[in-house]
Design a protein around this ligand. Structure first.
Ligand SMILES: [Zn+2]
Length: 387
């Protein structure tokens, strides 16, 4: 019994340290007194944790801000420039990208390796390890590696399962391979879950407990934050908005279903339609900025209607309070974002007087990559990984 109490006290100490570090790193609270007030912890407890962080070069004091007319100004705290860094690894269909991030998700360096052609599981592991090694050779003050991978993934066992259109590569034990090569903890999540996590901890979703991230490219993916936490089922499977059907007799999808959203709104497919209808060879972004081109506008509006149809089904089930758009949606014009917001709010069932805003991702096209690093920082915030 006594032993158990001891372990509980260690766990609660780790939790408190993580929570205080989170408040400082995300900028939500930056003085000792405010940290004590917001966490309900004793001032001495907060003081001891900060002293420990300062001794380890994780947190530092910065210039006093003149906010009080008289009396001493509280000393502001921030993450130290000497604090350990995080390596994120993004695995996509055509390439791997590695990033060195600070604890506040500032991008310090990136490396990219494109797959030259044929790909096998062994080659994928080789490219992934090389991309991480290029960063680790220059910076060894690293606390962990986060892997953001196209799905489906088994996050419990660190395996990339069977992503469609992935050169026939499947069941790659990527986490185990990285652990063998680098003396660091390694974690993995689905790429769009990573994006949602980055937006929750540091981006547009910071203040929200429930929101959905939607990433549109040649595939369509999603990530869900529910009750302030990243959602995945007990086996680690994530949400797949791209495979929500909007037409049960629609075109067959590679997943086995028919009429999936991906068959109506993925970037490549929309680009083909736009080029055929207009006779112009423009980029996705340029079509959103074509003044007075009715043919292009009709195709884009129909695409938005299709996306809204899938979103409304999900909104009616899960009631997120915010929708975050990422990937190629960063190219959308403001009118398109506003149109999507208008349709989903008109069609969703709960007319509670609240409007679900639709916003572009704070980390833009980097949200999946930064999200890889966000997995590691989220483990520090939760107290699972100690600094
Ligand atoms: Zn499908």
């Amino acid at each position: 019994m006594e032993k158990e109490t001891g372990q509980n006290s260690i766990r609660s100490k780790q939790f408190n340290r993580g929570l205080i570090f989170q408040m400082i790193a995300t900028g939500s609270c930056r003085t000792r007194i405010e940290l004590a007030r917001q966490t309900g912890l004793a001032k001495t407890t907060v003081g001891n944790i900060i002293t420990e962080f300062m001794d380890k070069n994780v947190v530092e004091e910065c210039e006093e801000e003149q906010t009080q007319v008289c009396g001493r100004n509280p000393i502001l705290l921030k993450v130290s420039a000497k604090a350990p860094k995080i390596i994120g690894l993004l695995i996509l269909r055509s390439r791997v990208e590695a990033v060195l991030c600070s604890m506040t998700m500032e991008i310090l360096r990136t490396e990219q390796i494109r797959f030259p052609g044929r790909l096998t599981g062994e080659l994928l592991i080789q490219y992934a390890c090389e991309a991480v090694a290029r960063i680790y050779r220059q910076e060894t003050n690293v606390t962990g590696i986060g892997v953001s991978a196209i799905g489906p993934v088994d996050i419990k066992n660190g395996v990339i399962l069977n992503p469609p259109r992935f050169h026939g590569v499947n069941h790659v034990r990527i986490v185990e391979a990285l652990r063998e090569q680098f003396p660091l903890p390694v974690y993995m999540e689905h790429d769009n879950s990573c994006a949602a996590l980055a937006e929750k901890l540091f981006g547009v979703g910071k203040a929200e407990e429930d929101f959905l991230f939607l990433g549109i490219s040649d595939g369509i993916g999603s990530g869900l934050i529910s009750g302030g936490k990243l959602f995945r089922n007990s086996r680690g499977l994530a949400t797949e908005l791209g495979h929500v059907s909007i037409h049960c007799q629609g075109p067959p999808c590679s997943c086995g279903n028919q009429g999936c959203l991906e068959m109506y709104a993925s970037t490549g497919l929309i680009l083909d339609k736009l080029r055929t209808a207009t006779g112009l060879e423009l980029s996705y972004e340029e079509y959103f900025r074509l003044p007075d081109c009715r043919a292009a506008r009709e195709i884009l509006e129909e695409m938005i209607q299709h996306i809204a149809a899938a979103l409304v089904s999900v909104i009616n089930m899960l009631h997120p309070e915010l929708l975050v758009l990422g990937h190629d949606c960063m190219d959308w014009d403001d009118a398109s974002v506003a149109l999507l917001e208008q349709i989903v709010n008109e069609k969703r069932i709960a007319q509670d007087g609240r409007r679900i805003p639709v916003k572009k991702a704070y980390f833009g096209r980097q949200s999946q990559l930064v999200g890889a690093a966000a997995i590691v920082v989220s483990r520090i915030f939760s107290g699972e990984l100690q600094l």
